[in-house]
Design a protein around this ligand. Sequence first.
Ligand code: GRG
Length: 309
Amino acid sequence: MVATDNFQKTAEAARFNLAAYLKERQKLCETALDLAIPVVYPEKIYEAMRYSLLAGGKRVRPILCLATCEMIGGTIEMAMPTACAVEMIHTMSLIHDDLPAMDNDDYRRGKLTNHKVYGEDIAILAGDGLLALAFEFVATQTPHNVPRDQVLQVIARLGRALGAAGLVGGQVVDLDSEGKSDISLETLNFIHNHKTAALLEACVVCGGILAGASAENIQKLTRYSQNIGLAFQIIDDILDITATQEQLGKTAGKDLTAEKVTYPSLWGIEESRSQAQQLVEAACTELASFGEKALPLQAIAHYIVSRNH
Ligand code: GRG
């Protein structure tokens, strides 16, 4: 049975070239993001927004959104405005996270952080500008073959994923936990389910909504994305210990220096890796009913635990 499973996994992997897929999707996203923000007066703010948005990054979130829309039967065009929006939102959260009032980081995506280049005032506004544009972009750029009530649902989902019930709430508990060594697993899960998993869930679920997914399929997508969301953060914590600044594009070892409670600090590296692997297996199982159409999302789930940056 195990031999058959392994054989099937190898055969599927051979049929699906993830590296080529990611490269092609990254290129599509780069082009769309570049076109999304022309530089006009007052140039300084558009340049600051573009500086962080076009600084690279793996583009995992927009690619998840596109892949889900396609798996459910939609097209890349239907999901591209939302894909751009989730990357704008993710980038704004990184800009604000890096500010001296929060994580105080000097490097991000291999470059100086936004506030180091443009100053704190403009960095805050660049984040605000990206956040506002994200919603405008979904509302005005989603093609009209997507029913308007689905667009409205996407806007509502994104808003919920970002606010106090999502990223903002997770960041608040994270800030509150700083310097405390007695953080429980429950609190750690709360932080990362909100700070990291909520946006990944919104990417996947919104991709499904745009393609008209049924309520049952939305449930499957929700469970898939919650599992990969937590796995993503566990690996992020491991990489903070094991990867170099060059690989990460930001300061390495920050969690250790700040004596932050992380998954590896609670479980150790090997157990953390094994937990992440189990979450990814569970995520992939959720998509079994989609057959071959689920290969991209399943391969992305495996990439999340095998990545080195
Ligand atoms: C969203 C309104 C609003 C405010 C932001 C600052 C803040 C509130 C939240 C912090 C969210 C945060 C920084 C979470 C960390 C998520 C994470 C694991 C980032 C790393 O993502 P990667 O590895 O990075 O995908 P790249 O650079 O590849 O995109």
